[in-house]
Design a protein around this ligand. Structure first.
Ligand SMILES: [Zn+2]
Length: 273
């Protein structure tokens, strides 16, 4: 029996992508963007298989979670698609997996040179902290994986995103596929070269699994969110257990599993923008 690998796939950190037109359903370049995304996911799947994976589960984690083209996905991978779900970009993870990979990652809200930087919902979240630490989505996913004792072994995205992620996960293999000049411009590898790099880093990540440590996750865990507007905090405060810290800031403390669900509830189901 080989390794079980979980791949969480976002879109903004894909090579060649710099604009919301490429990542938003219905926009002109979206269909091409989702093909670029799918190919990078396939490269990670191939690297995992080369390193001895026997099962790969891919979780589509962008917007409505229905971006990866199922018919273009590597046939050896299973796909988690659609919502409602319990755990944003990590639906389906559990302690039976050996390693997590994150593709298409972007920087957290407020990161200079981060292409399309944001945290979960760009129009709502100014900052999000776990136990006082501001984390980007890749790191937040690493916290979920860490709760189940699973290390993140590879992340792909733009340069500052990889640097931000390696600050929390020093041993993670990073595939830098582009370098931001600004929020909407970057110097990017050709998609074929980006895929070759991701394939190689994915393979190395699994091979170096012994060096990778799961994130240590406290229990209970505290999440704080600074919203852009007071009405977003008004809505979040309706959730039992949520505390209002100030006009735009809420906090929630619980066991990690409940916290992951409440995060989904506040940001995606009580969405108030
Ligand atoms: Zn996204």
């Amino acid at each position: 029996m080989g390794y079980r690998i979980f791949i969480s796939a976002d879109m903004e950190g894909t090579a060649g992508i710099v604009s919301s037109l490429q990542v938003t359903k219905g926009q002109n370049d979206y269909e091409r963007g989702r093909l670029l995304m799918t190919r990078e996911v396939n490269a990670a799947v191939e690297g995992a298989l080369q390193a001895g994976a026997s099962e790969v589960v891919v979780c589509d984690g962008h917007a409505n979670m229905q971006n990866i083209l199922p018919e273009e996905l590597h046939p050896e991978a299973k796909l988690v698609r659609g919502c409602i779900r319990n755990s944003l970009q990590m639906e389906g993870i559990d302690d039976s997996f050996d390693a997590v990979m994150i593709t298409g990652a972007h920087a957290g809200a407020g990161t200079q040179w981060g292409v399309l930087d944001h945290t979960w919902v760009g129009s709502m979240v100014y900052n999000l902290r776990i136990d006082g630490q501001t984390l980007n989505e890749a790191c937040l996913n690493a916290v979920v994986a860490g709760y189940y004792g699973v290390p993140v072994v590879m992340v792909s995205g733009d340069k500052v995103t990889i640097e931000q992620t390696q600050a929390l996960l020093p041993h993670v293999e990073g595939a830098v596929v582009k370098e931001g000049y600004s929020r909407h411009s970057a110097l990017s590898l050709h998609p074929d070269k980006a895929c070759a790099l991701i394939r190689e880093k994915a393979r190395l990540g699994v091979q170096n699994l012994g060096k990778m440590e799961p994130v240590q996750v406290n229990n209970p865990l505290t999440m704080e969110i600074d919203f852009f507007k007071t009405d977003m905090a008004d809505a979040a405060e309706l959730v039992p257990g949520v505390k209002r810290l100030s006009a735009r800031t809420i906090s929630f403390t619980s066991d990690p599993e409940t916290l992951f669900r409440v995060q989904e509830l506040i940001l995606f189901r009580l969405r108030y923008e």
